[in-house]
Structures are given as structure tokens and as C-alpha cells.
Design a protein around this ligand. Sequence first.
Ligand code: CP
Ligand code: NVA
Length: 334
Amino acid sequence: MANPPKRDLLSIADIASDLPEIVERAHQWKQWRRRGTLRQPLRGKNLAMIFEKPSTRTRSSFEIAMTDLGGHAVYLSPRDMQLGRGETIPDTARVLSRYYDGIVYRAFRWQDEATLAQWATVPVVNALDDREHPCQIVADLLTLYEAWGGKFAGRRLAYIGDGNNVLNSLLQGAAIMGISFVAAIPEKYRPAADLVARAEGWAKASGATVRLVTAPAEAARDADAIYTDVWVSMGDESEEARRTQDFQGYQINDALLDLGRPGCFALHDLPAHRGLEITDAVMDGERQRIWDQAENRLHAQKAILERLLSPGSGNRPRGSRPLTRRVRSRGSGS
Ligand code: CP
Ligand code: NVA
């Protein structure tokens, strides 16, 4: 039987059909780690990790996840690769596909992510680009799953700030899971219309709602959780002064959390700019799940890697044969 086609994770939409299962599996991976249970479904697998931008959480969590799952991860910086000297993305993709079972890619441009996925014959996982940050959102959903006892229906998630990569993936992820979502974003920083329309479609199917407003207080009112991200993303540094001005008032602080439902807590994907999009008091206080959220990156990466790279997932490089068959046929002189 032919292998099913390889599966990439460029957008959270690519795992829409099994997102609830992936979140539950991430929860299971967390339990197993706590109990010290060893499970290594990715023994013998190798993962390339290309990072064009800095990373603390994504890099560490993918690398540790791969080791825990029995595999091996290699960090590649374009500064040290021929990619940085002009080797093309398609050529890089074709070569890496001969060594590795999957490629994690943090890119400046969504288009480069898509090109790598087009030419790689192994799964490509988006570790953040200018459009989406899907792996972050799997960890965020795990955090909400834990906070809300595994039930999303009737819950309200607010987002305050920039209509950026994190917001784009979060908007879709919430709609898929049936979480009602409201984002307060200044008019000129709103997300792309196609992503909003896609999220609205899922929300309709899951019984949730998607709303975009401009006033932070309107979004925060009756929220169960309030999420924010930086105002100046990696790659937007030249706009720092203007953005810092435009986002004044879009801050998670205790007064904003007071507008939410009882037990309302803050989320942030990190790194945070304390004193800008979120206060020290919230970051260091009890009304947040930010540190759980950061830990959950590790458990989420395991569920993602297992799903895309496991034996039987059909992701063996095209044209390759299992090693045992190759060795046997060489031994028999054929
Ligand atoms: N949240 C997140 O992706 O963090 P890093 O940039 O440190 O990977
Ligand atoms: N929106 C931020 C997320 C960092 C994890 C950025 O792209 O820099």
C-alpha cells in the first residue's frame, strides 16, 4: 500500500481535524513526564531545526521533546548554513529531507516556510513566521484545557493587542475548539480578512463566536482568560516607536482582569515586555497561567512531533526504503 502523503504543520488549520486529540495527547504526555513514564515512539528519528530568529522556548522545547521521545534534534542557524550564503530553500529542503525525518522552521517570511514545505519530502513544522505560530497555540489550548477541566464550551477568551502571528493562530485555534473569542485590536493592526473568515466558519460549526473590537475593556468584560503578546514582533523593530504609541492602553493589568469573570487569568506566550503589554504585578501575581503556558510548550511539541513523525504516519522520504530491506538485499548480492 502506498504511503499517505507527508503532513506539514504550517498553519493551525493544517491540524484542525485532530486538534482536540492533539491537545488531549499533550495532556497525557504531561502526565507521563510527571510520573517518569518512558515512552519513545520516535526512536531513531532525526529532526532539523532551522531558526532564522532567536528563540528560548520553541528551540528548547522541541529539542528536549525530541530527546524524550527517543529521537535527536539538530539546531541549524542560517548564519552557519549555506542557506545564509545563497543556497536556495528548495535545494536545502531536498538535501535535508535525505537526512532528517522532519524539519522545524522559524522563518521571517511565511512564503519561505511554504517553499520549504513544498520542496521537502518530510514534514515541515512552522516554529513561527510573520503569519502564524501554530505550535504556541497547541500549548495555549493545553493550558486552557487544564484550567477549565477539559471543557471549552461556553468559555470566553479575550485577546488584547497586536493582530500578529500569535493572534492569527489563536483566533483559529479557539474557533476550532469552540471557545468564544473576542480580540481588542487597533483598527490598523487587525488580522487578515481571510483568516477571520476562516475562523468564523469554524466558530459556526463549533457553536462559538469570533468578535473583533477596538476597546480593551469591551473584550475583557466577562472573559474567562485574557491573552496578550508583544506590540513589536521580531521583524517589526523599525516600527517600534509608532507601535508603542499606537498600543497605549492595550495593557493587561489588574483593572482589566477585574472586568473578567471570577477566576479570570492572564496568558502571554512570552517573551514579555513588562510594563508595556502586561504589568509586573500580573506577571508575578496569582492571576496568570503564564509559566504553565511556557512549560506546556514541551508537552505540546511531543504531541505534535508524535502525530507528524511517528512510524506509520507515512512520512518516510519519498523513494526511500526501510534500512533493514536495503541491508538484506545488499547481503543477498542483489
Ligand atoms: N513563545 C515563543 O515562541 O518563545 P520563543 O521565541 O522563546 O521560542
Ligand atoms: N509575536 C511575537 C511572538 C514571539 C514568540 C514575535 O513574532 O516576535
